[in-house]
Design a protein around this ligand. Structure first.
Ligand code: ATP
Ligand code: MG
Length: 423
């Protein structure tokens, strides 16, 4: 029986992983400048954590969660997103009251039972960021700007930042009713999903992807015309800050986000060219009452999550070439004695920091040099019977062709010197 990976779940193989490692290292670098620290969270949690935070009537909770009972009959779920766990951890470890703010980021896999297709997997990876403990619109603008700086550092310039405000608990309930009243006459033209949404979560109608519904949604009342004075001012302030640092954006009043906990500033980053219909690379926004909903202290928050697979697929192919590291040195050993010696020689050279490759089977000079070439090794070290007898090995520059004799008893030092002289 051949066992295969599960549908919608992928291996990330060497050749591809270099892009992931690089992307993660750039994230560490940029986020650190803004004072964010990494947090590692569990992959599974109590099912109620997700039900209560993401919302019972959302697609994620209704259709997409991997929920199971373990042998102790605990109701558990593989995390479909990261914010709920960050909030749980924040409260559990009393992180509130930190000055200037609690600023966290995470990397890791998320699980959603969706229809697998290009850009949509059942296990996918996210980078997430959460800034917890301030209402200031400057936080919104700073976190968004950090994200854009991250994209720039990756060489991605073809992305569009779209922002919106969803209002707050003072203005949204009223807008919700206005919207419901405006949707009602269209119910028989809208899809069955939207008929459900109308009852339970009418804002989601604005987010529907069915073409006919998109047309109707365009004519519905806009949240921007129904914001309270405070929300309007805060949203204007976010835009002024973004303008001040030339972070380009467009206002898209159709953005509502698929999770219940968002309010005020929300945003998405989409790729206009590279991703087809799964074009959202990143989504996020403000969630000011989630911590309190879980009996934590009042803690307004702002965060985002970005999809690694979609992001990685946008990285230029040339980037990959510059990321793969060729060996510093390939050990060519001719004859049995040299083969045996190669074990200790490789060890000795690796101990001084070199990336050393070797073959484990006997082979002719020609075939071993071919392997060294194939790996694009910078140097070859040739050891045969004569070299062992004379205690002088041959170091060859694979690029220029020069070669030097290096003495066996000062091998590491001499090899390092030659390598350095060519850098
Ligand atoms: P979409 O509208 O594409 O379903 P979403 O609103 O469900 O996205 P979020 O929950 O905001 O997505 O997650 C943030 C990001 O994670 C998305 O912008 C996307 O890049 C990525 N993402 C979400 N679901 C998947 C998935 N099933 N496979 C791959 N990436 C995903
Ligand atoms: Mg989704």
């Amino acid at each position: 029986m051949k066992i295969k990976s599960i549908k919608g779940v992928k291996d990330i193989l060497p050749g591809e992983i270099e892009k992931w490692q690089w992307t993660e290292s750039v994230a560490h670098q940029i986020f650190t400048r803004y004072g964010f620290n990494e947090i590692r969270l569990p992959i599974f949690e109590d099912t109620n954590l997700f039900k209560r935070s993401i919302g019972d009537t959302t697609d994620i909770v209704e259709k997409e969660m991997y929920t199971f009972r373990d042998k102790g009959d605990n109701d558990l779920t593989l995390r479909p997103e990261g914010t709920a766990s960050v909030v749980r951890s924040y409260i559990e470890h009393n992180m509130h009251g930190q000055n200037p703010l609690t600023k966290l980021y995470y990397f890791g896999p998320m699980f959603r039972y969706e229809r697998p297709q290009a850009g949509r997997l059942r296990q996918f990876y996210q980078i997430g960021v959460e800034a917890m403990g301030s209402q200031s619109p400057a936080v919104d603008a700073e976190v968004i700007t950090m994200l854009i700086e991250f994209f720039k550092a990756l060489g991605l310039n073809d992305l569009e930042l779209q922002i919106n405000s969803l209002g707050c608990k003072n203005c949204r309930p009223q807008y919700r009713e206005t919207l419901k009243a405006a949707i009602e006459p269209h119910l028989n033209e809208l899809c069955t999903n939207c008929n459900q949404r109308y009852k339970r979560n009418p804002l989601r109608v604005l987010d529907c992807k069915v073409p006919q519904d998109v047309k109707i949604a365009k004519g519905l009342p806009k949240i921007k015309d129904h914001l309270c004075a405070q929300c309007e001012e805060d949203f204007a302030q976010v835009r002024r800050f973004l303008d001040a640092v030339h972070t380009a954006y467009t206002v898209n009043d159709q953005i509502v986000r698929g999770l219940d906990y968002y309010n005020k500033t929300t945003f998405e980053v989409i790729s206009k060219t590279g991703l087809g219909s799964q074009n959202a690379v990143c989504g996020g926004g403000r969630y000011d009452s989630l911590v309190e909903d879980f009996d934590g202290p009042p803690t307004p928050c702002f965060g985002f999550a970005l999809g690694m697979e979609r992001l990685i697929s946008l990285l230029p192919e040339e980037k990959l070439q510059s990321l793969s590291t060729p060996p510093d040195l390939y050990l060519v050993s001719l004859g049995e004695e040299a083969q045996n010696l190669a074990f200790a020689t490789a060890h000795q050279l690796r101990a001084v920091g070199l990336y050393v490759e070797r073959g484990f089977e006997d082979g002719s000079m020609k075939s071993q040099m071919r392997k060294a070439n194939k790996l694009a090794s910078r140097f070859a070290l040739i050891v045969g019977d004569d070299e062992i007898k004379n205690q002088r090995y041959l170091l060859k520059n694979m690029d220029g062709g020069e070669q030097w004799e290096v003495s066996a008893n000062a091998l590491a030092e001499e090899v390092l010197e030659h390598l350095k002289s060519l850098d």
